[in-house]
Design a protein. Structure first.
Length: 143
C-alpha cells in the first residue's frame, strides 16, 4: 500500500509537538482515500506507484496530511467509520455511583451522520489541494 506522507510530515503539517493517536493508521487510511479519489488522474509514477513530479507528490502528501488533520480536529477515527459506539459521558458521580450519557445535539443522529460522512469523504481542504494540482475531475491539464 502506498502511503503519501510520513509521521514527520504530518507533524510539520499540524504544527504540534505530538502526533494524533493512531497517526500511522490515519495516514494509511487518508492515503487510501486520496488514491481512490484520484484514480482517474494522469501523472507519472515510479515502479512503486509514487508520483515522480515533485508538485504532484507534494499535492498527494499535503492532501493526506490535511485529511488526517481534519479527522483529528473532528475527533473522527476512520477505522470506526466515524461513528462512536456509544454516546459520550456527560457527567459522573462518585458517591452512590452513576453515569449520565450526553444525548444532546453532539450525540444526535445528525451528528453521527456528519461524522460518518467526514470519515468516508475527503475534507474540503484535501479536495482543493488535489483539484488545484489538476488531479481531480475537471482539473487543469498542463502540457
Amino acid at each position: 500500500m502506498i502511503i503519501y506522507a510520513t509521521s514527520a510530515e504530518l507533524q510539520e503539517w499540524i504544527g504540534e509537538a505530538t502526533l494524533p493517536p493512531k497517526a500511522a493508521s490515519f495516514l494509511r487510511s487518508a492515503s487510501l482515500m486520496v488514491r481512490t479519489e484520484t484514480m482517474t488522474a494522469v501523472y507519472a509514477t515510479d515502479p512503486e506507484g509514487m508520483p515522480t513530479d515533485p508538485k504532484v507528490s507534494a499535492a498527494f502528501r499535503d492532501a493526506t496530511c490535511a485529511q488526517v488533520a481534519a479527522w483529528d480536529g473532528m475527533g473522527i477515527d476512520p477505522s470506526s467509520a466515524g461513528v462512536p459506539s456509544a454516546a459520550p459521558v456527560r457527567s459522573k458521580k462518585l458517591g452512590s455511583g452513576g453515569v449520565e450519557y450526553d444525548t444532546s445535539v453532539n450525540s444526535s443522529v445528525t451528528a453521527f451522520q456528519a461524522k460518518k460522512e467526514a470519515a468516508n469523504n475527503l475534507c474540503a481542504e484535501s479536495w482543493m489541494i488535489l483539484q488545484q494540482a489538476g488531479l481531480m475531475p475537471g482539473g487543469v491539464q498542463r502540457g
